[in-house]
Design a protein around this ligand. Structure first.
Ligand SMILES: [Zn+2]
Length: 269
């Protein structure tokens, strides 16, 4: 694993793969990151030992924002499976078209066409019969560069929200962080914000995080967890290798997939 901090190389050029890209994971690893499986196991043990102290949920409309189609399911899919009778709006800032740079099997245009459909199918598997998904269409890998556009697009979507979920503003991926910051800037004072760690679990350890006291474990039933695993499988371009070519490796690597599937879900409040 390289030692470059992702934020330090966050030039967000157009070739930057999406957050769930194994190419990104291989090329932009924060200093001190260990191998994925061990890191994920550390967090899983910590999360399993946390008291059940769920975060404040005000009820009302929920707006869930992700940088790429799959961030929300990986982060809080099990909890979402228990919210299907609520007014939930899903917002994806990009279509995730940069997840396979250099792939001989799939082009950015094909990814742009396929990944939003994978998200809708995943949300259906969670139990949302007709999920309300808003696509902002900003470039995958370029959210920081488009931060003014991002804020302008996000702000009106938050006006009716009571509860807002967005990527952790220090998640370690430039798109996640840009969206997380934009949401913190734009959210109305009346709304409650839960920040979703996504990549955080893969490059940090529980003992060194000053924000750890702000973590709250989410309620997730066993059927909800089962639905989440089925939903994750809907991201066909991300969870399986597209071929034997190095650029076609599974984007959601084994450690991240195992953590998302089996570790308790938690947010930062
Ligand atoms: Zn992402």
């Amino acid at each position: 694993m390289p030692s470059t901090s992702p934020t330090s190389r966050c030039s967000c050029d157009s070739t930057m793969p999406s957050a769930t890209s194994s190419a990104w994971a291989r090329s932009t690893t924060p200093a001190g990151r260990g191998e994925g499986p061990a890191m994920s196991n550390l967090w899983r043990g910590h999360l399993e030992g946390m008291p059940h102290d769920p975060p404040h949920d005000p009820g009302g409309q929920v707006v869930v924002l992700s940088a790429h189609p799959d961030d929300e399911v990986l982060a809080v899919g099990g909890w979402l499976a228990g919210q299907t009778d609520r007014d939930v709006v899903f917002v994806t800032a990009t279509d995730g078209e940069a997840s396979h740079p250099g792939s001989p099997s799939i082009t950015p245009d094909e990814l742009r066409a396929r990944r939003p459909g994978e998200l809708v199918e995943a949300l259906r598997r969670l139990g949302f019969v007709a999920p309300d998904v808003r696509r902002l269409g900003l470039p995958d890998g370029g959210l920081e560069r488009h931060r003014d556009d991002l804020r302008g697009l996000v702000e009106p979507l938050l006006r009716e929200a009571s509860l807002v979920l967005a990527p952790f503003a220090h998640d370690g991926h430039p798109d996640h962080e840009a969206l997380g910051r934009a949401v913190l800037d734009a959210v109305p004072a009346s709304a409650v914000v839960w920040q979703m760690p996504i990549w955080t679990w893969a490059w940090t350890e529980p003992d060194e995080q000053p924000w750890r006291p702000s973590l709250r474990r989410l309620e997730c039933t066993s059927p909800g967890r089962h639905r989440k695993r089925r939903a994750m499988a809907a991201f066909e371009t991300q969870v399986k290798p597209l071929s034997d070519h190095p650029a076609d490796l599974a984007v959601v690597d084994e450690a991240l997939a195992r953590h998302a599937a089996y570790a308790p879900e938690a947010v930062i409040v």
